[in-house]
Design a protein around this ligand. Structure first.
Ligand code: NAP
Ligand code: MG
Length: 524
């Protein structure tokens, strides 16, 4: 790859030609081996269940990508026990040795980036650049955890010496891993949001069980293979597949779990939080949940930047990003011009096979999301006006997939329920507001607080940062109004109903969430 090119979500719009060539090669290789069966990985071994399920492409549901195991509560228990058995060895290993093994895992991921990206494009329906970005982000998230462990010298810090006469009293603060960590991930960033938390948990010295979404077992199986092939010892990581409602619930209900990172919807996350609290004591619960991300556009905004940024964040990954720009508040004097530009850009979006290099939007993830789109657009057609979209595509190449049109909705009354509800689809609502204060009031008037965007002057941007309630905020960004965070640059996490810890992944304060503190006082 061209030495000067570093792939992130902000740089993905102009990749070097070589990147496309290598993706195309990997895609052909992956297509030549579709439909195979894959096990779970428990204690270093492939494990098969009595029942199976298929992963099919949402772009063409005739295509079976792979066959996976419908794990049971017994498999959950077996995986947790394997992780428990491996914990003493893994946690007591020198942290430098753990970091060295995790850096080997990063090498594996980077070696297989095109293959994993190709599988993900087919399995999630992400366009090729978004898919490659997800894999590259996985490597960078794990690398960031390794770097933080090194930078903080294993989190062993000498504290003050007690002012005792006749004694020498030293104090150390030591961060230690909790034990067995459960990682439950969503379909939309299957690699980064499994690998990022898994990487942090492992670097910290926990052992893990990871469960992907039912829609994305294949992508996460390949990530698990990277951990395996890096030489992580048996039982240190365990990969199991199956329904959240049964297998996932059994994991959450097990007393063998010492901590959880769940990334997914608000409803499931809150249920997990409550169920996990039923244990005999409080255990750490990192929740990364949904969003209803506002963008505010001032009358002083650069409308060209605003339009492209909003379009990209509204419709990238078909609006199925927790950070999607799903609500836009526009000051009256620029409303007409901005919406006109947005409509122009949206009408140019190419929809189709997400592996095709010219396609920006692929299908939505599954039958349920497709049906949701039909229901929401029906509801919206009665309360607002479609500026674009509002329908599904069913002809020709679209006939076998879940293709929806990018939908911009105007004139929706500000008290309509869908201003506050995360639809998680390519639907964005636009409002005309008299002034910025009113926009801010609306922007903050939801239970979520994940990301937010702003377009206006530098002084107004400062006002925006001072007042917006969200964990990741952007001003004047054409690469994406509310999307495209990257570890080390924009650590990612949410306020209010969007997250539980108040500390962002890929950031300064993340790795310590996976460890508890112990003070060592020694008197001589
Ligand atoms: P989801 O339906 O909540 O599922 C997430 C995961 O939880 C899946 O692996 C699911 O398994 C599992 N699960 C379901 N019920 C469970 C239970 N009772 N116990 C344990 N696990 C259970 O979310 P999704 O549709 O995959 O992802 C979309 C959501 O994730 C959106 O709300 C989005 O905003 C959010 N998200 C947040 C972030 C963030 O960083 N804040 C990032 C990405 C996505 P099954 O698939 O088998 O049901
Ligand atoms: Mg699928």
């Amino acid at each position: 790859m061209a030495e000067t090119f570093k792939l992130t979500y902000a740089t993905m719009f102009n990749p070097p030609e070589e990147l496309h060539e290598r993706f195309d090669e990997a895609l052909e290789a992956v297509k030549a081996r579709l439909g195979q069966e894959y096990g779970m990985i428990i204690n270093g071994e492939d494990v098969f269940a009595a029942e199976k399920f298929e992963s099919r492409s949402p772009a063409n549901t005739d295509v079976v990508l792979g066959v996976f195991q419908k794990g049971t509560a017994e498999d959950a228990e077996r995986a947790l026990k394997a992780a428990r058995a491996a914990f003493p060895m893994w946690s007591k290993m020198k942290w430098q040795d753990r970091v060295a093994l995790m850096r080997k895992a990063i090498e594996q991921i980077e070696k297989r980036i095109f293959e994993i990206g190709a599988v993900m494009a087919m399995e999630v329906g992400k366009n090729r650049m978004e898919a490659l970005g997800d894999v590259a982000e996985t490597a960078d998230l794990i690398r960031y955890s390794c770097d933080m462990m090194e930078k903080n010298d294993g989190y062993v810090v000498e504290m003050g010496r007690d002012p005792l006469v006749g004694f020498k009293s030293t104090n150390y603060s030591v961060l230690k891993p909790y034990g067995v960590w459960l990682v439950v991930s969503p379909f939309n960033f299957p690699s980064a949001l499994t690998g990022g938390p898994a990487g942090a948990a492992l670097v910290a010295g926990n052992t893990i069980v990871m469960k992907p979404a039912t829609d994305t077992p294949f992508t996460v199986r390949l990530l698990a293979e990277c951990f395996r092939d890096a030489g992580l010892p048996e039982g240190v990581f365990n990969f199991i597949t199956g329904p959240g409602s049964t297998l996932g619930q059994a994991l959450v209900d097990s007393p063998l779990v010492d901590g959880i990172t769940f990334t997914g919807s608000y409803d499931v996350g809150m249920k997990i939080f409550r169920d996990f609290a039923r244990g005999p004591y409080v255990r750490p619960t990192i929740l990364e949940l949904g969003g209803k991300n506002p963008t505010i556009v001032s009358r002083n905004a650069d409308l060209e930047k605003a339009a492209i940024g909003i379009m990209r964040s509204a419709f990238g990954l078909q609006g199925q990003k927790c950070s999607a720009a799903s609500r836009v508040y526009i000051e009256e004097p620029v409303y007409d011009e901005l919406t006109e530009r947005l409509v122009d850009l949206t009408n140019k979006i190419k929809i189709g096979d997400p592996t095709d290099r010219s396609v920006y939007m692929g299908p939505v993830i599954n039958q349920k999301a497709y049906q949701d789109f039909k229901n929401f657009t029906e509801e919206l057609s009665q309360a607002g006006t479609f500026l674009t979209g509002g329908k599904v595509l069913t002809d020709g190449e679209y006939a076998r997939g879940y293709f929806c049109t990018p939908t911009l909705v105007a004139d929706l009354p500000l008290d309509h329920r869908l201003w506050k509800y995360e639809m998680f689809l390519p639907i964005t609502t636009l409002a005309r507001v008299p002034n910025l204060d009113r926009a801010m009031e609306e922007a903050n008037n939801v239970n979520y607080g994940l990301t937010a965007g702003f377009y206006g002057t530098k002084e107004e941007a400062k006002w925006f940062f001072d007042n917006i309630q969200a964990g990741v905020t952007y001003a004047n960004r054409p690469q994406g109004a509310t999307t495209g965070a990257w570890p080390g640059f924009q650590p990612f996490g949410g306020w209010k109903g969007s997250g539980s810890t108040g500390k962002n992944g890929g950031g300064l304060y993340y790795l310590p969430l996976y460890m508890h503190e112990q003070i060592h006082n020694l008197v001589e």
